[in-house]
Design a protein around this ligand. Sequence first.
Ligand code: GDP
Ligand code: MG
Length: 425
Amino acid sequence: MNLSSMKIPFYSSKNFIHPFILKRLGLCSNRNIHYERNIPKTLDEFKQFQFKPNEQPENARSLRIAIIGCPNAGKSTLMNQLINWKISSVSSKVHTTRKNVIGIYVENNTQLEFIDTPGLVSRKHMLRHKLELSFINDLKISAQYADIIAIIADVSNRRERSRLNPGILDILQQYQNDENKQSLLILNKVDKIRDKRSLLDIISTLTTGIVDGQPVSKSNVDEDMLRAELKQGKFDTLFQRTEKYYNYQDKNAEIQSKTDIVVHNGIGWPKFSRIFMISALHDDGIEQLRNYFIQKAKEKSWFYNGNVVTIQNPKQIIFDTIRETCLELFNQEIPYNFRYQIVMWEQDDIGNLYLVVDILCPEKFLTLLIGPKGLNISNIVKKSRESLSNIFHCDISLKIAAKSFPLKFGLKPLKFKSLDVIRKQ
Ligand SMILES: Nc1nc2c(ncn2[C@@H]2O[C@H](COP(=O)(O)OP(=O)(O)O)[C@@H](O)[C@H]2O)c(=O)[nH]1
Ligand SMILES: [Mg+2]
């Protein structure tokens, strides 16, 4: 096999390459290298980057983490924070992430690979909403190849805090006897919870009172986070109360051996190895979580070159970013009908990007997309430009044309109505 012609893995159902084969890419020199992280800005750069040799540092360590949860739990926000680079689209609308997005973080000799997955949906939901197969397949693949299954739950969501989603429980049950796989529970959006004490009850419910084979105890809970909350004033008696609560738990919990096969109770999972409470949006608790992953990294060669931040195709990044802006801007379900097309894509000598993109929408939405005096489309350009500039770390000149197509005739634009330009400022 010609290794130099192998592609970097893409953990999507479409073109998945087994990690075993990928390991063979890491047969290069054994030395310490300085890694300057970057993202390819053009398709040519992307092609070159796919064939970059995967050089290994001394005593290479790595860990693959799948971030799994319900739509809107904050998976993409969390991954962006963990890798210190915003690559995955975030929006308050569901189904923003439609395929696995890989984010890579490097610290010294350790490489962490995060897989941001589409929100967990049932097959019925997928069919009813005409979602792509990747919604189910990508998630399965991510769980299958991960060292750590990180379940994220939005504690501000009543349903998510009162029980784990049945799909999540099924995944956990499926891999419970895999000794090379750990699962942990991340409670996100704690900033939205006023009474932080209720977090303890949520933990108790979602873990059935058992973490890492022990009754829930302070050592399982992220103490720093609780302390940080305490510093903010109101909850100075939290720890005393917690103590009482834990004592109660100690006496009453039925402890399950770590090796027992567990059939879940339909509400919580007793085999999480650790719980974290975070606010991904406000970067609270992220460092502790990242450090935990670094500690857990295995003596295993890196899967990617040290410069790699993501293996997303830049074309996809451009589309996803504009789509993310549209999703945030319009309240209705309208942006789900939009399609995107790159008309011009150039890079100048100093690395700045010049882009012209068409947004194609069903004819009846065109006026809305453009907005009064072109306000909506200028907002889309302005926000997308900012986001793209943060992702690619360069100046961006972006021009977007809104075009319409009658839905029944497919995606071909039939009518040209408006062009909006915002020049590089
Ligand atoms: N208040 C609050 N909002 C958050 C937090 N994390 C994510 N969000 C918001 O939740 C929404 C969904 O986030 P996203 O990362 O796209 O969720 P995903 O669908 O699970 O990938 C976005 O509007 C985020 O800004 C958090 O810790 N606190
Ligand atoms: Mg997402």
